[in-house]
Each structure stands twice: as C-alpha cells, then as structure tokens.
Write a protein that binds this ligand. Structure first.
Ligand SMILES: [Zn+2]
Length: 199
C-alpha cells in the first residue's frame, strides 16, 4: 500500500513574533503556536530580536533582580545602534553591564531612583522598539511621552507590568510583558550567566 504523502506546507514568518515555521491553522489567526500564549510584549520582544532590530531599554536594576532577569541574554542585551540604560545597579552588576554596552545611571543607596528612571526614559528617541523594566506608575508621564515619540516612528514600547496595573499601561498604548517572560538567570551553580550574584 502506498503511503499517503503529507501535503507540503509553506514556511513563513509569524506576523506577531517573527518565528519562522509552517503555516498555521486559520483558527490561530496571525499567531504561531509558539507565541499563542505569550503576551503582546513578549511577542514584540522576540520579533525585534529575530529581525535583529536595535532594542532600546531602561532597566531598573532592583526590578531586574526581583524578577531574576538575565540582562546579558541576547534577547535584551545591547545591540548595534541601541541605547540601553541600567539604573541603580550594584557596582559588580554595573561593571558587568558596562562590558556589554549598557550605560549606567548610578543612584545613591537611599536616594529616590524614580527621577533617574524618568530621565533615562526621556532620553530614548523612540525610533527603536523600547523596553522599560520598571513597573511603577511614577513613570506614567515619561512612558506616555515615549509612546507618543515611538508612534511617530511607527515603533512601540514594551512595559513590564504587574498584574494589577495591566489596564493602566494598556490604556496608554504600551505592549505588556510580565517579569517572568523576560529571560531568566539560571540558578547558581548551573553555568555562568555573567551577572554576579547580589550580595
Ligand atoms: Zn509567533
């Protein structure tokens, strides 16, 4: 008996995350199976990475530590033509990030770091996709203006959001990502991710 041949399926990029794969079933719309359950922010982050687009970012170091984010992961680390700022890192983290092309905004231990985060966001031109790793609503004004600048360049802003604030950020036009969707540092003793442990 002859084996039935599987129909040849066309390879193409997912419109959401740019994953290259087989044509999806129409029921999934423009999403590939890989990103179906991912947030808009995560899909956009993957799209920028797969298209080798520069990704600008302002990253609050205490937030990155809280979510165990690997700042040296290729998905988010500085690429050619990007502006990337880490706010309030420890000295060890700062040194390591600088080697990978991050700019550092130092803040004294007991100083409010929100003005430095706003300053970082204000300095992003909006012509690249931008990622903001700080969930505080204190940045509403700065992020609103960045989204406006980005709109002029047909670009977008990805904001790390706590579950409770998703409607707030979405109403401004941000693409949301949750802390655990950003690349995670592997646990200690399981290979070197480059970011030193927090004392
Ligand atoms: Zn996809």
């Amino acid at each position: 008996m002859m084996r039935r041949r599987r129909p040849i399926r066309e390879l193409r990029h997912c419109g959401r995350c740019h994953h290259r794969g087989h044509l999806r079933s129409p029921g999934r719309g423009d999403r590939c199976a890989q990103c179906e359950k991912r947030s808009d922010g995560k899909a956009a982050l993957m799209r920028a990475y797969r298209q080798s687009k520069p990704l600008d970012s302002v990253i609050d170091a205490p937030t990155a530590i809280r979510f165990n984010i690997d700042l040296l992961n290729p998905e988010i680390r500085p690429r050619a033509g990007s502006t990337n700022i880490v706010v309030a890192p420890t000295e060890g983290l700062a040194e390591c990030c600088q080697r990978y092309g991050y700019e550092i905004s130092f803040v004294d231990l007991y100083e409010d770091r929100t003005p430095s985060i706003s300053e970082g966001i204000d300095s992003l031109p909006g012509d690249n996709p931008s990622l903001i790793v700080f969930p505080g609503k204190s940045q509403t004004e700065a992020i609103k203006e960045l989204i406006e600048r980005s709109g002029l360049h047909d670009s977008y802003v990805i904001v790390l959001s706590d579950a409770a604030d998703m409607d707030h950020w979405r109403s401004l036009g941000a693409l949301l990502i949750s802390g655990n969707e950003l690349p995670q540092r592997r646990s200690r003793g399981n290979g070197n991710t480059g970011v030193p442990a927090v004392p």
